[in-house]
Ligand binder design. Structure first.
Ligand SMILES: O=c1[nH]c(=O)c2ncn([C@@H]3O[C@H](COP(=O)(O)OP(=O)(O)OP(=O)(O)O)[C@@H](O)[C@H]3O)c2[nH]1
Ligand SMILES: [Mg+2]
Length: 198
């Protein structure tokens, strides 16, 4: 059967990736459909390393073709931090709220620091034969002083896109997928997967 497992423990990513994969008309599963699989340690220093590490790990653990996502925020005023450490910015297992508070505190501690930032996403697909596909995407924005909106996840309420006059948290899943780092990466990946599954 043609199917793909969205290999992430992040429910926000699952929703965005599942919506974007729908045109492939293949079964989209989530890792939670394959029992209690522990999260791998994300030891890579680049988004690509971690995306590949997660895709290979979950393909092995589920015995299915898996699509993993490694992503994060690069704040120019913080020299590109938190980057690959975005999920753990305020410490291991940090909540989105704690990460957002730390981001604002760090930027506010540097008066005059740039508020520009970008999200990066690398997607890695790995099948049970070890065949790998990758795709990446970025999106540019500005870190605002106070959160706006309740959609999305992570730093979305603080990430304002001037051309749309909205934060990512003020967009629907479809709107966010049309402009986001993940949306851009998955559009490229969908084209590759259409060939893979044909
Ligand atoms: O506001 C946001 N909108 C986004 O669209 C987005 N994409 C990534 N991020 C941040 O970067 C971390 C990824 O870390 P990450 O790739 O290790 O994922 P994760 O640990 O959440 O799940 P998993 O896929 O590893 O299971 C996330 O937790 C978030 O803090 C985002 N924040
Ligand atoms: Mg992670």
């Amino acid at each position: 059967m043609k199917e793909i497992v969205v290999a992430t423990k992040n429910a926000g990513k699952v929703a965005e990736l599942a919506a974007a994969l729908a045109p492939l008309q293949i079964a989209v599963k989530s890792v939670s459909d394959y029992g209690a699989i522990e999260e791998p340690e994300e030891t890579g220093t680049t988004f690509t390393d971690n995306a590949l590490l997660k895709a290979r790990y979950y393909a092995q653990a589920t015995g299915r073709a898996c699509l993993a996502d490694d992503s994060g925020l690069e704040a120019d005023g913080l020299g590109g931090e938190p980057g690959v450490y975005s999920a753990r910015f305020a410490g291991p297992g940090a909540t989105d709220r704690a990460n957002n508070e730390k981001l604002l505190a760090e930027l506010n501690a540097r008066p005059g620091a740039a508020r520009t930032a970008r999200f990066r996403c690398v997607l890695a697909f790995c099948d049970t034969n070890g065949q790998v596909l990758t795709a990446d995407g970025t999106c540019e924005g500005i870190i605002i002083e106070e959160g706006q909106g309740s959609g999305g996840f992570g730093y979305d309420p603080l990430f304002f896109m001037p051309e749309y006059r909205k934060t990512l948290a003020e967009m629907t899943v479809a709107e966010k997928n049309a402009v986001s780092h993940r949306g851009r990466a998955v559009q490229v990946m969908v084209k590759q997967l259409a060939g893979y599954f044909s």
